[in-house]
Design a protein around this ligand. Structure first.
Ligand code: AMP
Ligand code: GLY
Length: 421
């Protein structure tokens, strides 16, 4: 059977790599993919924004299942379009994807369904927003409404920073969400949902800041590891009961069945209470790279079950995980995240092995057949090992020979989990 993955990052490379391992899958296509997906999949030269061309391709090639990586096509309604044409696709509809695409929608949803999160207020009027900050003081969090890929959030440690953020975000008509600051440790809690049931993937944690010691600007994620020790069995049970199940039930009750990957970004405090920082309607990147390294079950069978409208969905599925930890280090281009430089030649990528994989993101083969950088996050070098320290050593050893001008990477991925032990 043929499957299609939509997207061009390392998350999609990992999805294609994992789907290709299924004995039921003959061919994996990735649209548009990148310079590295070619080893595991065939590239389809269609951008993720051309929904009609994606559906035409799926129909023409008799694709059995399409899997969507990034948020943009979900928010644009790729799932609605595929379904209207009778094409099987794993992901939330445009309405359901609002859990990610509109922070105001997500906060209103959580409030109505009693899902724990920070108190918030929404403002389109700058004066009212400034008054709110004066009343509550700092630390306080200011967020732009809409898809901002992590860049639309300011965690203001002073009231001045909050006022500046409000003026910046409301320089054009729009709205801002102002939230209570939550203290604690973050973890990524991702489930496979079929509309009615949710099946938890292994836990993970990412590192959002560009610099060692969690300093500097926010990025899409500079590295990740799985499992996340902060999610103890007790915290896990509580998250399923207090966050995941009410979200799936609440979306169904509101008429927006959620099927797809649901990613709850959690803040977990010292008492083991988890509150939602944000929802994503997709797998995390780089979380997917470490999770898929650990997943032993057949991903194709899992996603077919999750999209089977006549069967039991994911209700009775038990996933098998590698008992080892996984850790992934992102290698980013010069200038990332503000203005990534393009076109630097990449050399020294090692071959994958049983416990090490290099997933490509912003890479492409230029006219001369050379592999070059084509955006911000270039590669995720991922390794398995037990304990986590071994996975960390393997990932850093594997990336040692890799070279490109101006490359940036963190040297401390996994530090929080290693300190916690
Ligand atoms: P978001 O795009 O909503 O995930 O926010 C980006 C990052 O800002 C999160 O990963 C957190 O580190 C931080 N953050 C967002 N909201 C809060 C909050 N209410 N309290 C503390 N930190 C937050
Ligand atoms: N790594 C965070 C995200 O994918 O949103």
């Amino acid at each position: 059977m043929k499957v299609l993955v939509i997207g061009n990052g390392a998350r999609e490379h990992a999805l294609a790599w994992k789907l290709a391992q299924s004995s039921k899958v003959q061919r994996v296509y990735v649209a548009p993919g990148n310079g590295g997906t070619a080893g595991d999949a065939a590239l389809v030269n269609v951008p993720i924004t051309d929904l009609n061309a994606l559906a035409d391709f799926a129909a023409q090639e008799k694709i059995v299942l399409t899997v969507v990586g990034p948020e943009a096509p979900l928010a644009a309604g790729v799932v609605d379009l595929f379904r209207s044409r009778g094409l099987r696709i794993f992901g939330p509809t445009r309405a359901a994807a609002q859990l990610e695409s509109s922070k105001a929608f997500a906060k209103d949803f959580m409030q109505r369904h009693g899902i724990p999160t920070a108190h918030h207020a929404v403002f389109s009027d700058a004066a009212a927003a400034h008054a709110h900050v004066d009343q509550h003081g700092a630390p306080i969090v200011v967020k732009a409404d809409g898809l901002a890929a992590g860049k639309g959030v300011v965690v203001a440690m002073t009231a001045d920073e909050a006022h500046t953020a409000i003026d910046f975000m409301l320089r054009e008509p729009g709205s801002v969400v102002i939230e209570e600051f939550m203290a604690g440790e973050e973890a990524s809690f991702i489930v496979v949902a079929d509309g009615k049931h949710a099946l938890a993937l292994a836990t993970s944690q990412d590192h959002k800041r560009i610099g060692d010691g969690d300093t500097g600007p926010n990025t899409g994620g500079m590295g990740a590891y799985s499992p996340a020790p902060v999610v103890t069995p007790a915290v896990h049970a509580r998250v399923m009961r207090e966050v995941i199940q009410p979200t799936i039930a609440g979306m169904a009750a509101d008429g927006h069945l959620f099927s797809g990957f649901l990613y709850a970004g959690l803040m977990i405090d010292g008492d083991g209470r988890a509150r939602v920082v944000e929802f994503n309607a997709r797998l995390g990147d780089p979380e997917a790279q470490v999770l898929l390294m650990r997943l032993k079950s057949d991903l194709f069978e899992l996603l077919m079950a999750a999209t089977d409208t006549h069967g039991g969905g994911v209700r009775d599925i038990e996933l098998q995980w590698d008992r080892r930890s996984a850790l992934g280090v992102v290698m980013a281009s010069a200038g990332y995240p503000a203005s990534p430089r393009l076109g630097d030649a990449i050399g020294g990528i090692p071959a994958g092995s049983e416990d090490t994989q290099v997933f490509h993101a912003a890479t492409l083969k230029n006219a001369a057949g050379e592999l070059v950088t084509s955006g911000g996050r270039v590669l995720t070098v991922t390794a398995l090992g037990d304990p986590l320290r071994v996975a960390q050593q393997r990932a850093y050893a594997a990336l040692e020979p890799i070279r490109f001008a101006g490359m940036q990477l963190r040297r401390d991925i996994g530090h929080r989990a290693l300190k916690a032990r």
